[in-house]
Design a binder for this molecule. Structure first.
Ligand code: KIV
Length: 285
């Protein structure tokens, strides 16, 4: 696999993320799961690309993230890495790949880095993951934590609901965020938590918060690319703002092409290849 020079100018690594927090500069993160979208996202100047386990919903149609496998994320990550020059590539650790033992979790995270090309890994959980985060960081694996709504806990939580709405839950999330920072995570995703709580956590921490459905005060905003551009189906969460309707653009293109094929307008002569005059002469001789 041909990887870019790690010291390429402008490439986003941990120091750039830390420096942005210190300057109070907002950064942006989007998901990507393949080469073309990674190229588009990277070339658009996005700072961080998440090879999210939302691949389970968006690409594989599983309905949730539980079935996503390490192979699926690794394969997506290889493609994303090849399409990315500047952004930091972060790979999600799928459900079941960091739950059995610390050693196995390290092995799986290393796989995402060595074969997938990930530059950091993300895992869900609060204080229950702090020892693991420390171990991964001790093994030179940069870690993004993820608290609030943690979609891999969907069966335990019984759905996708805003987290941290009571004072007790909010305090617990603040404690979790601090423990994860102490454990060595360099950023923490805050998913679907009240904006005031996300603001408090962002102020308390020296590491970056990455918000999704968590208001404007987070240091970094993340969205699922396919939500942003109109390539997901059904009711969208309140925090999704659609900036394009690529699904409709694709539908129109496909319908127009089909109609042209049926009417004989596609392909025309300039869209196909002809015999040379010499070949025609020889064939008719
Ligand atoms: O998998 C994913 O896309 C995520 C984001 C929603 C943060 O975890």
């Amino acid at each position: 696999m041909a990887y870019l020079q790690p010291d390429k100018e402008g490439k986003v690594y941990l120091p750039a993320i830390r420096a942005a927090k210190e300057r109070g500069e907002k950064l942006v993160c989007l998901t990507a799961y393949d080469y073309p979208t990674a190229r588009i996202v990277d070339e658009a100047g996005v700072d961080m690309i998440l090879v999210g386990d939302s691949i389970g919903n968006v690409i594989h149609g599983y309905g949730n993230t539980i079935p996503v496998s390490l192979d699926e994320i690794t394969s997506a990550c290889i493609a994303v890495k090849r399409g990315t020059e500047r952004a930091m590539v972060v790979a999600d650790m799928p459900f079941g790949t960091y739950h059995i033992s610390e050693n196995e979790s390290v092995k799986n995270a290393l796989r995402l880095m060595k074969y997938g090309g990930a530059e950091a890994v993300k895992l869900e959980g609060g204080r229950n993951r702090s020892d693991l985060v420390k171990r991964l960081v001790d093994e030179e694996i940069p870690v993004v934590a993820h608290i609030g709504l943690t979609p891999q806990s969907v069966y335990k939580m019984g759905g996708y609901r805003v987290q941290g709405r009571t004072a007790e839950q909010a305090k617990r999330l603040i404690e979790d965020a601090k423990l994860l920072e102490e454990a060595g995570a360099f950023a923490v995703v805050l998913e679907l938590v009240p904006r005031e709580l996300a603001g408090m956590i962002t102020k308390e921490l020296t590491i970056s918060t990455i918000g999704i459905g968590a208001g404007a005060e987070c240091d970094i905003q993340v969205l699922v690319l396919h939500d942003l551009v109109g390539m997901t189906f059904g009711r969208q969460p309140r925090f999704v703002r659609r900036y394009a309707d690529i699904g409709q653009v694709m539908t129109d293109a496909i319908k127009n092409w089909s109609a042209d094929v049926k009417s004989g307008a596609y392909p025309n002569d300039s869209e196909s290849y002809g015999l040379t005059d010499e070949t025609k002469r020889e064939m008719s001789a």
